[in-house]
Design a protein around this ligand. Structure first.
Ligand SMILES: [Zn+2]
Length: 114
């Protein structure tokens, strides 16, 4: 047990794993796990639609998922997702479709967390 400072919310708490590369308090860990699932679903569906692996920037992923870009950056730091700042070819129609899909996925995940 040790005093840790959460990388995501900046609060200190006692506990956690000394070996954690990116310290996260239990609340943030849970929140980021939910966001990770959203990101994972999004990236998987995007890859299915385009038939190839799609890379997105942290900023774009954050705006598509409607989360703080810090959450995405923290997931990148954790090594859970990779992002790339190159995605200009998507049409507004595709974006809208993805957003609709995501809001459905997000509702499902929120229910699951409660
Ligand atoms: Zn936290």
């Amino acid at each position: 047990m040790a005093l840790r400072v959460c990388e995501y919310c900046g609060k200190a708490w006692i506990g956690g794993d000394e070996d954690m590369a990116v310290p996260l308090c239990p609340g943030c860990e849970e929140e980021l796990e939910g966001i990770y699932k959203l990101a994972w679903n999004y990236l998987r569906d995007a890859a299915t639609e385009s038939g190839r692996h799609r890379k997105v920037s942290a900023q774009e992923l954050a705006s598509v998922l409607e989360v703080d870009v810090k959450a995405i950056e923290t997931l990148v730091k954790l090594g859970k997702i990779q992002t790339e700042a190159s995605l200009g070819e998507r049409t507004p129609e595709e974006k809208k479709r993805n957003l609709d899909k995501l809001s459905r996925i997000r509702k499902g995940i929120k229910k699951g967390l409660k």
